[in-house]
Design a protein around this ligand. Structure first.
Ligand code: UT7
Length: 325
């Protein structure tokens, strides 16, 4: 049976020039390189320059992805930008990126699911494509999380960084089985009873300020592995594929310990994990497309490979996508 599949035909990314090491952070808060590495696996993060906004990072990642796909910006008829750190409360950062790309047709909007944002955005693009509502979608994860950090709070300010990643997703015909290229299954979940465990203490309707990130790290950690495992099990059940069938596991990059524990629980071999947390820190919605692009550009992820994406974050929100590259 012929079906429409959302095939990832290009990937790109952009990281701001400035790098802040763990050592640099010891001059700002009472922390140590050893603590940050041991507890999180992070050794450095990129930080956006003054005047460099989320839309600028997202635009550069989008241009890189379009080039990698061999497509012109005018081919794009849908842009979804996953971000929790938009340039402005409105309009959407996606619209700013659309304008920078010189696109004045189709639809562009933001997706807000914090660290799971890219999974939610790519799932939404998949729905548009499979319904015949879009042919070539640009899905971007772009964040400037360092702008919402409280640099007096050592429990959060050492964890996050800035950056953007993007993919181009194209409608192509498939057979309707797991031999198809493209997105094979998607699974999204949310549970707002956890909304106060990871949040920003500001906003237009409450304080009229942007606010700062607050997190009960231990609580988030406690739920993360179970939630991640649940949606990955859903992906395996839906496709009949298993951990052995995976070529690459590209998780949200929050903490190496969470990544390793989830992989272990699901019997995913350590050599299949794509990890960039050490170099990028947690870049929220940008972390998966950033990691994906590293592995695509260094030749690890090849056409036909089975790739598993997953994320968990504020809300809580969590989700998985299983695809053939
Ligand atoms: O992307 C969205 C999802 N977010 C996450 O996945 C984050 C999930 N949480 C985590 O990754 C971890 O919980 C953290 C990395 C945030 C913290 O690691 P932990 O092993 O849970 O440490 P903890 O919060 O239990 O803190 C242990 C100790 C505390 O000291 P006491 O109370 O034992 O004396 C903290 O005050 O470490 C202290 N501590 C620090 N020490 C040095 C907390 N932050 C720091 C720091 N430097 N930056």
């Amino acid at each position: 049976m012929s079906v429409t599949r959302s095939v990832l035909v290009g990937s790109g990314s952009y990281l701001p020039e400035k790098i802040v090491t763990n050592e640099d952070l010891t001059k700002i808060v009472d922390t140590s390189d050893e603590w940050i590495r041991q507890r999180t696996g992070i050794s450095q993060r990129h930080v956006a320059a003054d005047g460099e906004f989320t839309s600028h990072l997202g635009y550069k990642a989008a241009v890189d992805a379009l080039q990698n796909a061999g497509l012109d910006a005018q081919d794009i008829d849908l842009i979804i930008c996953a971000t929790a750190t938009p340039d402005n409360t409105f309009p959407a950062t996606a619209v700013a990126i659309q304008n920078m790309l010189g696109i004045h047709h189709g639809a562009a909007f933001d997706m807000q699911a914090v660290c799971s944002g890219f999974i939610f955005a790519l799932t939404t693009a998949d729905m548009y494509i499979r319904c015949g509502k879009a042919k070539n979608a640009l899905v971007i994860g772009a964040e400037t999380f360092t702008r919402i950090l409280d640099f007096k709070d050592r429990t959060t300010c050492v964890l996050f960084g800035d950056g953007a990643g993007a993919v181009v997703v194209q409608a192509q015909e498939g057979e309707g089985d797991t031999s198809d290229r493209g997105i094979l299954t998607t699974h999204l979940r949310s549970d707002g009873q956890h909304k106060d465990k990871l949040y920003v203490d500001g906003g237009p309707s409450t304080t009229q300020t942007a606010g700062h990130l607050r997190m009960e790290g231990k609580e988030v950690f406690k739920h993360a592995v179970g939630m991640i495992s649940d949606v990955i099990t859903d992906a395996f059940d839906a496709t009949g594929l298993s951990a052995e069938d995976l070529d690459w596991f590209v998780p949200h990059q929050a903490n190496q310990r969470i990544i390793d524990s989830s992989a272990k629980k699901l019997h995913i071999a350590p050599e299949k994990i794509v990890s960039t947390v050490s170099m990028h820190g947690n870049t929220s919605a940008a972390s998966i497309p950033l990691a994906l692009n590293v592995a695509v550009k260094d030749g690890r992820i090849k056409r036909g490979d089975i790739v598993l994406l997953e994320a968990m974050g504020g809300g809580f929100t969590w989700g998985s996508i299983l695809l053939r590259w």
